[in-house]
Design a protein around this ligand. Structure first.
Ligand SMILES: C[S@@+](CC[C@H](N)C(=O)[O-])C[C@H]1O[C@@H](n2cnc3c(N)ncnc32)[C@H](O)[C@@H]1O
Length: 239
């Protein structure tokens, strides 16, 4: 059985035992193999757009003796779940960019999430704001979010349920960008991420000044830096 990265382990830890799983953009289907192999999920449907990863997944399923309990399907986003309905109420999408993930969530019926899916566990590699916006636009409630340290990076994980999220009406630009739940609970990983972002912006400002960047470009970088510093200060201050 493959050992999971901390990123995929975090998703596995969020699954409720007994849930049937849809693993979208599954690649080698490691998450499905672990979920079913450890008895967390009785069955899984693992889907990918491309034949090559599914071929590799098929070999891994065979090696793990799980061919009868993990079904592999080829297709775009959730399309394989529409072609032939499954019992999966939880869908995971992990390891892809946030813009592609947002398109999958916002896509209409033959490609977007089927009505049966009640929970989405999402791990975008970047551009989490696009995913938050797609969830809210399509009537999903952002239940929780966390940042998972893994291999020198921090990966965002979003847990969403069907249902309107009225709290988004109070979200400002920094909530959409950095995460309303992470900000509200003064998440230590987010505090660390903000310090990293400040350092990145300091280096960008330095390079822009040395490279003779325009006044507008420099002003935009300084404004971005100030908003990051202000959020860090606000999150660090006494309640
Ligand atoms: C980097 S792998 C992520 C694998 C795994 N989910 C993980 O987190 O480790 C990305 C996978 O997304 C698949 N993919 C890309 N676009 C897709 C789409 N529109 N629909 C389904 N799968 C897609 C690719 O074929 C690839 O196997």
């Amino acid at each position: 059985m493959p050992r999971l990265s901390a990123r995929l382990q975090a998703l596995l830890d969020m699954l409720e035992p007994g849930c049937e799983l849809a693993d979208i953009a599954c690649d080698h289907a490691h998450l499905s193999i672990e979920a079913v192999g450890r008895g967390l999920a009785p069955r899984a449907v693992a889907c990918d757009l491309n034949e090559a990863p599914l071929r590799a997944a098929r070999a891994e399923l065979r090696a793990a003796g799980l061919e009868g309990r993990i079904e592999l399907r080829r297709g775009d986003a959730f399309a394989p779940l529409h072609e032939s309905p499954t019992a999966a109420k939880v869908a995971v999408i992990a390891g892809i960019g946030g813009r592609l993930m947002a398109r999958m969530i916002e896509a209409p019926a033959p490609v977007g999430p089927p009505a049966r899916v009640e929970r989405l566990l999402l791990q975008p590699n970047r551009d989490g704001e696009f995913v938050r916006r797609a969830l809210v636009a399509r009537g999903w409630h952002l239940r929780e979010e966390c940042l998972v340290p893994c291999g020198g990076r921090r990966y965002l994980v979003l847990d969403a349920l069907r249902g309107d999220d009225s709290t988004h009406r109070d979200w400002g630009p920094m909530d959409w960008r950095w995460g309303p739940r992470l900000i509200a609970r003064r998440d230590p990983e987010l505090l660390a991420a903000l310090l990293d972002e400040r350092a990145r912006l300091d280096a960008a400002i330095d390079a822009a000044e040395r490279g003779g960047a325009s006044v507008q470009k420099l002003a935009a970088l300084h404004a971005e830096r100030e908003s990051v510093v202000a959020l860090h200060r606000e999150m660090s201050s006494a309640p």
